[in-house]
Design a protein around this ligand. Structure first.
Ligand code: SAH
Ligand code: SF4
Length: 365
């Protein structure tokens, strides 16, 4: 049976107050409820013992506090966990948790599918279906916390679910308002209380929203660069045709809050014979001049039907060395969860079964 009660997860504090007053509850209940939902992780009104019994009953009659349904959970041999999450309308996205020794990052999706068509990305073969709501975005983080039973929100350090990367399915800056509402709730000190320093938003380069993102949210920025020349980037990351490298680099230069201690991460997927020469690496150094930058070299993760190959180890190490010699940190990302298709760019749900036909990428050198 479908539950038609409204889910309170994802409402801003102001919206929650309005919602409660619409059923005759006092505004201060919002603060109590916030604590139960986001600090204690409670999903059952009956357990919210600081609320009066009649309030608890009334709330349960109108509302629910729920997570997305988990259609499937997979665990990789390296400890990575991947959840296929299902929302009320049946749409699905994937969320991934990548554990380190005593901490780890949840990789969160922002859209069902993606409207962009980066040629090396599995999500890019899906049709764009819809934006996720704030509650659906936060829900992915909360179910990772459920999975490690990390409630109430640990104070200070010592959290397993310690970071968020907005690097799942979709382009977060194309769903800016919902992503911003969700991240503000996640950063709220009386709730999930995750510091902006522990949140990284990855964009393919939606230039007009980068400044706003830095000003409103102050989170770390990662930019999916992948190419140093416009003709190649036009093919790999087609949004480049709209916002070419020059504009993108200018927006990075002025990204609010970035400095030498908080650098912009440039993600660079290593594609054999496409973007991995020493010349490319040297050009990259020229491109980021004047930007507090670090790099993240991502070995290409293949997916069924993909047209590219991963660069050789030698090529990747040579690339990394050139960037290091230029004074930049350029770690090579170890692929995680490849055995369960949970690595970068491998996420895809069956929400949209009709696939785009992929033309092989051709590029004139
Ligand atoms: N849409 C956003 C965020 C999600 S993608 C963006 O593009 O930035 C997260 C990262 O994985 C991006 O840098 C993306 O370019 C990279 N990626 C996509 N497909 C990949 C693949 N097959 N192998 C390795 N990295 C990939
Ligand atoms: Fe969308 Fe990012 Fe994949 Fe490009 S790399 S298709 S922007 S999810």
């Amino acid at each position: 049976m479908t539950d038609n009660r409204k889910n309170l997860i994802g409402l801003s504090r102001a919206e929650l107050k309005d919602e409660l007053s619409s059923v005759g509850e006092k505004p201060f209940r919002a603060k109590q409820l916030w604590h139960w939902m986001y600090h204690q992780g409670a999903t059952d009104f009956a357990k919210m013992t600081t609320l009066s019994k009649p309030s608890r009953l009334k709330l349960a009659e109108h509302y629910r506090v729920s997570r997305p349904e988990i259609s499937r959970e997979q665990r990789s041999e390296d400890g990575t966990r991947k959840w296929l999450t299902k929302f009320d309308d049946g749409q699905e996205v994937e969320a991934v948790f990548i554990p380190e020794e005593d901490r780890g990052a949840v990789c969160i999706s922002s859209q069902v599918g993606c409207s962009l068509t980066c040629t090396f990305c599995h999500t890019g073969t899906m049709k764009m279906v819809r934006n996720l709501t704030p509650g659906e975005i936060i829900g992915q983080f909360m179910l990772a916390r459920d999975s490690y039973d990390e409630w109430p929100t640990p104070q200070g350090g010592g959290r397993m679910i310690s970071n968020i990367v907005m690097m799942g399915m979709g382009e977060p800056l194309f769903n800016y308002d919902n992503v911003a509402t969700a991240l503000k709730i996640i950063m709220d000190h009386e709730g999930l209380s995750l510091s902006k320093r522990r949140i990284t938003l990855s964009t393919s380069g939606v230039v007009p929203l980068m400044q706003k993102c830095g000003e409103d949210l102050g989170v770390n920025l990662a930019v999916s660069l992948h190419a140093v020349r416009d003709d190649l980037r036009d093919v790999l990351v087609p949004i480049n045709k709209k916002y070419p490298l020059k504009e993108l680099m200018q927006a990075c230069k002025t990204y609010p809050g970035s400095n030498n201690a908080r650098r912009i991460t440039f993600e660079y997927v290593m594609l054999k014979g496409i973007n991995d020469t020493a010349e490319d690496a040297n050009e990259l150094l020229r491109l980021v001049k004047g930007i507090p930058a670090k790099f993240n070299l991502i070995p290409f993760n293949p997916w069924p039907g993909s047209q590219y190959e991963c660069s050789s180890n030698n090529a990747i190490h040579r690339f990394s060395r050139i960037l290091n010699d230029g004074g930049f940190s350029a770690p090579i990302r170890t692929p995680r969860g490849r055995d369960i298709q949970a690595a970068c760019g491998q996420l895809k749900s069956d929400s949209e079964r009709e696939q785009r036909v992929r033309k092989p990428a051709t590029i004139q050198h």
